[in-house]
Design a protein around this ligand. Structure first.
Ligand SMILES: NC(=O)c1ccc[n+]([C@@H]2O[C@H](COP(=O)([O-])OP(=O)(O)OC[C@H]3O[C@@H](n4cnc5c(N)ncnc54)[C@H](O)[C@@H]3O)[C@@H](O)[C@H]2O)c1
Length: 251
């Protein structure tokens, strides 16, 4: 079935930033493919979007597995007949001191955060027309260092480098590739007990004290930037990383 509405895939949209992106695009009139490794959470977000009178599809997908990524794009095309925007959002950020980090820890973060951008973008571009957009959620951790996150900083720094080359290659197809780099955002993932900046109220206060705009970001703060980069208002922007961090890395 072909739809008139533009179609967006949002990976890792069962909760957190991805869920916020899915809601924002749905309110803007996109048909939304809600995809996550956790299928139950996809179904919940799809119900929320359908309750707004908008169209959504739930697809389980582990973004580090090529077969599941290809299935995600196939299910999208089967349901909606087109793909306009890919938001590569799924990511993990377990804090592990460098000297305790195993090869498995390293590979997992690189596979989920970085290899996934390769897999998802390649599968998506095969089905995108001129005007298509890829927006990745990287991080300020790709621009500055965070102790305990060497694997994560490498993955996000890798994304920032990767899109400069990918934007060059996809320019001839008129497909734009950009990153949004969030600072500290209020999400379930960022509230886990292993997160040294957010695990307790005291740590949250300390983090807020170093953010010039003096608050945590909300998923909607990131979603609004993603929506802009996915729109035709950003047709002349490609290969860029837009920092959305309340000024976190300015000093
Ligand atoms: N929260 C922050 O402060 C912050 C800051 C900078 C960047 N980011 C980035 O934003 C993105 C979203 O983070 P969040 O804070 O919303 O996290 P979150 O943990 O709240 O949500 C992430 C979602 O991704 C899903 N996911 C995990 N592994 C997956 C996989 N292999 N395949 C598919 N889905 C998978 C999870 O099930 C979850 O629903 C990540 O890429 C993260 O690195 C977050």
């Amino acid at each position: 079935m072909d739809t008139q509405e533009k179609v967006v895939i949002v990976t890792g949209s069962g909760k957190g930033i991805g869920r916020g992106v899915a809601h924002t695009f749905a309110k803007e009139g996109y048909s939304v493919v809600v995809s996550d490794i956790n299928y139950e959470e996809c179904l919940t977000v799809v119900s929320e979007i359908e309750a707004l009178g908008k169209k959504a599809l739930a697809v389980k997908c582990d973004v580090s597995l090529k077969a599941e990524v290809e299935n995600l794009v196939t299910e999208t095309i089967n349901k909606f007949g087109r793909l306009d925007v890919l938001v590569n959002n799924a990511g993990i950020f377990p804090f592990i001191p460098f000297m305790e980090m195993t090869e498995e820890n390293w590979d997992k973060v690189i596979d989920v955060n970085l290899k996934s951008i390769f897999l998802c973008s390649q599968a998506a571009v095969k089905n995108m027309k001129a005007g298509g957009k890829i927006v990745n959620i990287s991080s300020i951790a790709g621009l500055i260092g965070f102790a305990g996150l060497t694997h994560y900083c490498a993955s996000k720094g890798g994304m920032n480098g990767m899109i400069r080359a990918l934007a060059l290659e996809l320019a001839e197809k008129k497909i734009n590739v950009n990153n949004v780099a969030p600072g500290a955002i209020d999400t379930p993932g960022a509230s886990q007990p292993d997160q040294p900046r957010t695990a307790t109220e005291e740590l949250r206060k300390q983090t807020i004290a170093i953010i010039p705009l003096a608050r945590y970001g909300q998923p909607e703060d990131i979603a609004n930037a993603v929506l802009f980069l996915a729109s035709d208002k950003a047709d002349y922007i490609t290969g860029q990383t837009l920092v959305v961090d309340g000024g976190f890395i300015l000093r």
